[in-house]
Design a protein around this ligand. Structure first.
Ligand SMILES: [Zn+2]
Length: 564
């Protein structure tokens, strides 16, 4: 019998008792983690069976896999909104509704696209789609033409906090930028976080930075070990329709592309250079962009389809007359991969784990706040976002159009794919350690008897692949809450095996379905843990921030200055 077990038993008997723990902060001062009795009483009512029935409904075949822009996805959104309304929450979407419309565009590259490299002396060279390159026209036009000089920009990164700048102020507007994936290799945690991947290493950043600098296109060199996945993955995820947020006047690339390593090698050779040497040069701080005597000539043809979907937003106004203008937010995406009518056999991607579980938890947390006999000081926002599977698009839109100014949102807690496997003894909160809230997270995890499990593969950059990231990029301290791999009655190897089996056999497949023998105990624990964390964040005098020097700190400062 551990201390917290006793504490919780006591709480059950006398719900008016305060949960109070003190912990030492790094600077020697102590923090108090205190939940009022009414909040504890509400938290005790969190029920795994409620989560079960939300999951059962949301992953039912009738919802047809909750595809973005599909009927089943819209029904899921209505379900979330209805539950929020039943909890007495206020709408926080467009025009007094629970819905925030997210305008989307689906783009499919057309076989009529032409893509060739033209050396200044020598014949032009046509590249074969999917074999040699993949490319999307991010300007969302049906036709674009490009005839531009290629400039090699190394990793294509400008990161002042690491004193790294591949561009060195060179004007690249109107150019095609040849660049490498990932980031300069390092074992030093103070330099691009050592082995961990930072956002600078993600291809999305590289496209965005190039567009900000006015380039017309990017050729990303694919190298299997640097990308950490083979060309097949690039090809498969870039062959059909891809969704984007409808452009709102921002700069965009006419050619957002990857090229095969061999193509890059030949391109370098055609310019009288050596690719290996170019890659080596890019690892130096003194790297300077190099213009190649080669042009890219491209005739981009695309099918463009506009459609829309909704984020579902609800708010519980805070109890403090001043702090209620600030918020703590919870997020969980409701969309999944939908239905594929052309596919034989089971063609419904039910998405029970991914992410009906997160939605069930979100709804149970919302119900708990509405049950508490008092309100937290800050307002509590609930956002069930769309188009996560399309590339975090719903949350990206939410980050750009938050119902409270981003600087006034103290914290975002996200739930994505929380497996119904029983009673967890670990919690994963990767990214929490980057925020000023971490001492509270640690104390609370301890109270819940949950060991904090560190990110097992920081080099994979999981932090950048879930919805909390969309909010972090606009400066909001954000992280996901999930179980680790150690469950009561099992060793960690068992939990790891369950996770690996799920990834291999069910992840993003029609077999990610609801089963009556699923055990939602752990989902309820994650709901309670997140509820307590959110309540504590909502009551703090000072809002949560990023640790000094964190890559998201500048975005936080920028959003704060925008409203003062
Ligand atoms: Zn997914």
């Amino acid at each position: 019998m551990g201390k917290s077990k006793i504490l919780f038993s006591v709480m059950l008997l006398t719900p008016s008792l305060c949960l109070a723990q003190r912990a030492q902060k790094d600077d020697g001062s102590s923090i108090s983690v205190r939940l009022p009795g009414t909040a504890i009483a509400a938290m005790q009512k969190i029920d795994p069976e409620h989560i079960r029935y939300h999951v059962r409904f949301l992953s039912h075949d009738l919802l047809e896999g909750r595809g973005t822009g599909q009927r089943g996805g819209d029904i899921a959104a209505e379900y979330m909104a209805t539950q929020f309304a039943l909890d007495g929450l206020k709408p926080a979407g467009d025009n007094g509704t629970f819905m925030q419309k997210v305008p989307l565009v689906g783009i499919t590259p057309d076989p009529a696209t032409k893509f060739s490299l033209v050396p200044s002396n020598g014949p032009a060279w046509d590249l074969k789609p999917l074999e040699d390159y993949v490319a999307y026209d991010q300007t969302q036009q049906t036709k674009s033409d490009v005839d531009a000089e290629i400039v090699y920009v190394g990793y294509g990164i400008e990161a002042p906090e690491y004193k790294w700048d591949d561009y060195k102020g060179v004007d690249v507007s109107g150019k095609i930028l040849l660049m490498l994936v990932n980031e300069p290799p390092s074992d030093d945690v103070n330099f691009f976080k050592g082995k961990a991947l930072t956002y600078y290493g993600r291809w999305t950043y590289k496209y965005e930075e190039a567009a900000r600098k006015g380039a017309v296109g990017v050729l990303l060199v694919h190298k299997t070990d640097m990308a950490s996945y083979p060309w097949e993955v690039v090809r498969n995820s870039n062959s059909g329709e891809k969704s984007f947020l409808k452009l709102d006047g921002a700069q965009a690339l006419k050619v957002a592309s990857w090229i095969q390593l061999d193509v890059a090698r030949q391109l370098a050779a055609g310019a009288g250079m050596d690719l290996e040497k170019m890659m080596e040069d890019a690892t130096s701080r003194d790297f300077h962009p190099v213009a190649l005597p080669v042009k890219l000539k491209a005739h981009m043809v695309s099918k463009v389809r506009s459609f829309e979907s909704n984020n579902v937003l609800a708010v519980l106004p805070g109890g403090d007359s001043k702090l209620k203008n600030e918020a703590v937010m919870y997020t969980a995406h409701y969309d999944h991969l939908g239905i594929r009518p052309d596919m034989p056999g089971d063609n419904i991607y039910n998405g029970a784990n991914d992410n009906a579980t997160g939605c069930g938890i979100l709804l149970e947390v919302a119900r708990t706040y509405s049950l508490a006999g008092q309100k937290p000081r800050r307002s509590i926002l609930f956002a069930s976002v769309t188009a996560e599977e399309q590339g975090l698009l719903g949350s990206e839109y939410l980050g750009k159009h938050p119902p409270f100014p981003a600087a006034k949102i103290s914290l975002d807690l996200n739930y994505d794919d929380v497996p119904p496997l029983g009673s967890p003894e670990e919690v994963e909160v990767s990214g929490a350690e980057r925020t000023t809230f971490y001492p509270v997270v640690r104390v609370l995890a301890n109270t819940f008897r949950l060991a904090i499990r560190p990110d097992s593969r920081p080099e994979a950059g999981h932090f950048y692949r879930s919805d909390h990231f969309s909010l972090a990029r606009v400066g909001i301290p954000a992280f996901s809450i999930n179980e680790g791999v150690k469950y009561k009655g099992h060793d960690a190897a068992w939990g790891k095996q369950q996770a690996d089996d799920f990834t291999a056999k069910h992840y993003h497949q029609p077999s990610d379905e609801y089963h009556a023998d699923m055990d939602f105990t752990g989902d309820a624990v994650m709901a309670r843990f997140g509820f307590a964390l959110g309540w504590l964040a909502a009551g703090q005098v000072k809002e949560v921030g990023w640790q000094k020097g964190d890559e998201f700190e500048p975005a936080r400062m920028k959003s704060a200055s925008g409203i003062q």
